[in-house]
Structure formats: C-alpha cells, structure tokens
Design a protein around this ligand. Structure first.
Ligand SMILES: [Zn+2]
Length: 429
C-alpha cells in the first residue's frame, strides 16, 4: 500500500518535475554563462531534490524493463531508451549487431566538439538478473534507497552519465568530442564487441566508465587485466601394465608444470596465476594419460607485468620434463590465448585526474571520496592504452550488485551526475 501511494505521488509530481527540471536547466544556463570551474557545488539543494525526483523516475522506467543479458528484446529496449535521451541532447547514434553471438545491439553515440579527440563514456544496458517479482523498484530507508535489478549496475550508471552530460551541455560547448558507448552484453564479457571498444581507444583522450562506485563511494583508479590460456599437453598413451617405458605421461608433465606455474603468483605485485579446470586421460586406471587440457587464468596490474609473466609461462611450457625411457619421445605443450583483457593502471597523468574527480565528489557530497584499485576487469579495460586517461566506478553509490539485494542510494544519482558535469567542465578548459 505504502509502496503504491509512493509511486502515485511520484507519478503525480512527474509532469511538474519535468517542467521544473527544464526551468532549472534554463536558469543554470543564465546563472553560469561565463562561469569557470571553481570546484564549488553548482546546484542548490532545491535543484538537487527536483533533479533527484526526475532521475528516479527515469531510473524506474529503465529498471522495470527486463534487460537480463539473454533477453535480447528487453536489452534493446533499454538501449533504445538511452539512445532517445542522447538524441535529445544532441548526439547522433549508430548501431552495431553482434557478429559473434546472439545479443542485443551495441550503441555508439557521438557529439562533435571542437577537437577530434574524444571523451568516451563506457556503460551497458544489460543486467545479470531479471526484475525482482512484484516489486521491481522497491523504496526503503525513508525513500533514500531503492532495491532493484540493475539499479546501480548499470542503469543508475546510465542516468548519472546522462544527467552529467545534460548539466554540462546546458552551459558549455564541448571542447572534446564526446562519445557514449553502451554494451548490450557486458555481463557476459561484451563478446562480439571487444573490437568496437578497442577502436574507441584510438582517438580518445579519456575513457570514463560508469560502473557503480564502491559501497563507500570510492571510484576506481585501476583494474587488473586478465589473460586466459587454453593449454594442451600431448603425451603418448599406453597400457599401464604392458608399457616398458615407451609411453609419455601427459599428466605427469602437467604436474611438473603446475608446480612451476604456482610459483609465479606474486600477491605483492598483484599477479595471480590460477588453473581453473583440468581434463585428461581416458577415465581409466590402466591407460597412461596421453593428453591433458587445462584452462589457465592470469591477472596482472600493468602491461609490464603481463609481458614478464607471459615470458615465464612460455618458458615453463617450452621446457620438457617427461620423456620415454629411450629419451626419444617427450610431451609437447601448446597453448592458445582465448581472452586478452588489458589492465588499466593509474599513470602519473591519470593520477591527477583521479585526484580532481575525488576532490569534486568530496566537495559536492561534503564527504571525503577515495579511489581504489579494483581486482576485476571491466569494459573500460579494453580502452586502456598509453596516453588514454581511464577512470571507472563513476556511477552511483549502492551495493550488492548481481544479487537480489542490489540497491542504490538515490541522492548519489544527482551528486555523481553533478560531479561528472564539473569534471567535464574542468577538462573542457
Ligand atoms: Zn556492470
């Protein structure tokens, strides 16, 4: 009941809110024409309240659409809604269908600035879970929080990015061109669109990811990369009882190699080397293992570490330990790299921007904001390249993403949008 009346209240005020938001934008335009960045909060508390209401309404519309990654129709609906808002603020949209697997469409929207270099915004329209039953958008804690699938990951992120762009473009002509890319299948690795993401790095000065911030509000200054290896060790099988040592046991060769791979783990350097799966032999006791297949996951914080670990791994693969008794035959190891996600590390250049961004958030929210190194990779990693400033976690505050308790702290929709607008203003000079 309380839920219904709350929703009705929001609905009733919706029209009023939209008109108010328009007025605010108009006022902002006048108030801030010729305004330069002073790192001071730019909205009054009334304006924030009014924007929060309209952002919440937009978020609710998005969260009620089931855009679980495999629900292609739903994902495309969210992508189209995003495209509609981007078009309204001056962007031109381009669509890409998936060349590798079934998924929704990839959206690339651009707005020309004075420079041919881009600020690229990275987000996604899909979610891990479908909307939660009868209450897909459930208010709690005095209406300050909402529980729902994708409220922070990544629908709240879409609203923060849109809101920030809207606030910024209301007052400024952009120096950098601005690009907004939204993946339809980020939660399944954006398979089929990695080249689209990589291509964006070519002409970008900034790559800004709108994944949610951490629960305490920290933004992400670096993410480790990962490289996945499929390993095959080819030995020679034989009857265990009859062989006089002319066989070559692939499992024994693998055991030797695993113990060496394990030694490459270096937690101080943030390097992790882990076998995730192993298969081999014929599921029989009396046939020596002729072939082993394994999946290896390697994580690293910098390009330099990636190359160093790769060299060590190749060395381990190349060396042959197990031989037939006559010494003529040995086990061969081959590998294939099946996923290669670069790390984005915090360069000297990006450190300055990280500091600026956290400072702006700190001022707007009147609370110290930090930056952290995150373990997992994201879409923004694929835009990591020398010279590109990469930041992530610029979306809203909340927690429990990918679970049925995913929630958003609603005021952060506005404060993070405002921070994004201020940051754009800062780099626009
Ligand atoms: Zn996400």
């Amino acid at each position: 009941m309380a839920e219904n009346s709350r929703l009705n209240r929001i609905k009733r005020s919706q029209r009023k809110t939209k008109a108010r938001a328009r007025l605010i934008r108009k006022n902002l335009k006048q108030r801030f024409s010729g305004w330069t960045f002073k790192a001071t909060p730019m909205l009054t508390s009334d304006e924030r309240q009014s924007l929060m209401e309209s952002y919440t309404e937009l978020l609710k519309n998005m969260v009620e659409i089931d855009s679980q990654t495999l629900n292609i129709e739903g994902v495309n609906k969210v992508q189209k809604l995003l495209a509609k808002y981007l078009t309204e603020i001056g962007f031109s949209c381009e669509w890409f269908s998936n060349p590798e697997t079934e998924s929704g469409d990839f959206l690339k929207a651009e707005l020309k600035g004075q420079s041919s270099e881009f600020i690229t915004i990275v987000a996604h329209g899909d979610t891990v879970l479908s909307p939660f039953g009868k209450t897909p958008f459930e208010f709690f804690e005095n209406d300050h929080k909402v529980r729902g699938s994708g409220v922070i990951d990544n629908k709240g992120g879409l609203i923060v990015a849109l809101g920030g762009l809207d606030l910024f473009l209301a007052r400024h002509k952009p120096y950098y061109s601005i690009r907004f890319v939204s993946s339809p299948n980020e939660e399944m690795g954006s398979v089929g669109f990695l080249e689209n993401l990589r291509a964006c790095a070519e002409d970008s000065a900034f790559a800004l990811g709108f994944e949610p911030s951490l629960e305490d509000g920290s933004i992400v200054e670096s993410r480790r990369g990962n490289r996945w290896y499929n390993i095959t060790i080819q030995g020679k099988e034989a009857h265990a009882g009859r062989s006089k040592g002319h066989h070559v046991n692939a499992a024994h060769e693998f055991a030797k190699k695993i113990s060496l791979l394990h030694k490459l783990n270096d937690y101080k350097k943030n390097i992790a080397v882990n076998i995730g799966a192993v298969q081999g032999g014929r599921d029989r006791h009396n046939i020596t293992c002729g072939e082993v297949h394994a999946k290896l996951d390697v994580r690293f914080a910098s390009f330099r570490d990636r190359e160093a670990v790769h060299k060590s791994i190749e060395k381990i693969f190349d060396k042959k330990y197990v031989k037939s008794v006559d010494g003529l035959e040995h086990a061969d190891t081959s590998y294939e790299i099946v996923d290669d996600c670069p790390p984005f590390s915090c360069s000297k250049k990006s450190k300055n921007f990280v500091r600026k961004y956290t400072k702006i958030i700190g001022q707007i929210e009147a609370n110290k904001c930090l930056s952290v190194k995150a373990g997992g990779a994201g879409d923004v990693n694929y835009m990591s390249k020398k010279g590109v400033v990469v930041l992530d976690g610029l979306g809203p505050k909340g927690g429990q993403m990918h679970t049925e308790n995913e929630f958003i702290y609603l005021p952060s929709l506005v404060t993070r949008a405002e921070a994004f607008a201020s940051f754009l203003e800062y780099v626009n000079k």
